[in-house]
Design a protein around this ligand. Structure first.
Ligand SMILES: [Zn+2]
Ligand SMILES: [Zn+2]
Length: 351
């Protein structure tokens, strides 16, 4: 049974590309936020790795990958030792090159809403859905979602100080694409920050500081991995354990800005033992899907993209009767019947 949970902030930019903090400062910020690992994905460079920044820093496991491609088709690569050339037009070449190095990767932001305040409103979408060989996709990229809210300076400022008023839910297009892909194969979902620690002073001259600073981002959209036993003290072993959990989809995505996602569990309980997120189970085993939530939420069971049960509670269960991927979403209740996206599981695949 996967009984330990570790929290990571993935897809972070440091001063090695267009971020505003060093890897040492980012690790310290992650430590203050109380998370366990960070994934550094600077554009087109592994300088962080080559200059020895990977390892334990402030009790945080610093993992250095990279973000590949320019105008479209951004790909997050992990566990590679050499830079992979951009191939924006043919991202399959990038995916294959990462795999040949023994690495793995994720589609960084399938869809975005561009902001006129950022890159002239450009949305850095993924365009080539005929690719294969990638591990998964980021269903919730905090920076992309934020850009969609900051449609002009007054709105950007307003939401910066009233984050609760912003619409931070994952994009419907990204969720629909994930459900569509899950009909054909396993696709691991991760959540990412894509944080750059953008300097507001440079932007406005009105307020000082970073929007959003790295510690803040490490308290927002994270990927929570589940391990069998504790994260090893040896760094290489810890890195292996984290990467294995991500590759297998032994993880879930949560936004802890409003309610901490730590403690969420989703598994199947067949007669023969537990089936975890990311794994395969058999309907012949009469499984029951079980959800435990750290707080009261709307718990939705989703089978092949369709809601099959919804309940407002701290726990729920569902008896599946047809094959396919089963995943759950938790939405926090808000006043006037509104909800706020909170937690997304990876699927359990039943045959
Ligand atoms: Zn990107
Ligand atoms: Zn990025």
């Amino acid at each position: 049974m996967l009984d330990r949970e570790y929290i990571g902030n993935l897809h972070i930019h440091s001063t090695y590309s267009d971020g505003t903090s060093t890897i040492e400062e980012i690790a310290a910020a992650a430590g203050r936020a109380g998370i366990h690992f960070v994934g550094i994905n600077d554009h087109f460079t592994l300088r962080g790795l080559k200059e020895g920044k990977e390892g334990w820093r402030d009790r945080v496991a610093v993992l250095v990958g990279c973000e590949i491609n320019e105008r479209y088709n951004h790909y997050l690569a992990y566990n590679i030792k050499d830079e992979i050339p951009n191939d924006t037009a043919e991202p399959q070449n990038v995916i294959d090159a990462v795999n040949r190095e023994g690495g793995f990767g994720f589609i960084a932001h399938p869809y975005e809403l561009g902001s006129p305040l950022h890159d002239g409103g450009a949305a850095f979408n993924w365009l080539r859905w005929d690719v294969n060989g990638y591990t998964g996709i980021s269903i919730w990229n905090f920076s992309s979602i934020w850009k969609g809210n900051a449609r002009n300076y007054p709105l950007g400022l307003y939401y910066y100080y009233n984050i609760g008023a912003a619409d931070l839910d994952p994009l419907r297009d990204a969720m629909a694409k994930w459900d569509e892909l899950l009909q054909t194969r396993k696709v691991v979902a991760i959540g990412t920050s894509d944080n750059h620690g953008m300097n507001v002073k440079a932007l406005l001259g009105l307020i000082r500081g970073k929007i959003f600073d790295y510690e803040y981002a490490c308290r927002a959209v994270n990927t929570h991995i589940l391990l069998n036993g504790e994260l090893p003290e040896d760094f290489q072993a810890a890195k292996q354990a984290i990467y294995d959990a991500l590759r297998h989809g032994h993880c879930f995505v949560g936004n802890s800005l409003f309610e901490n996602a730590r403690g969420f569990r989703f598994y199947a309980e067949p007669k023969s033992g537990i089936t975890e997120m990311g794994d395969d189970g058999s309907l012949a085993d009469s499984p029951v899907l079980v959800v435990k939530s750290p707080a009261r939420a709307h718990i939705r069971f989703i089978h092949s993209g369709r809601i099959v049960k919804e309940e407002l509670s701290t726990s729920s269960s569902f008896k599946p009767d047809s094959p396919g991927p089963y995943r759950v979403e938790l939405h926090l209740p808000r006043p006037r019947g509104k909800t706020r996206a909170w937690i997304y599981s990876n699927p359990i695949y039943l045959a």
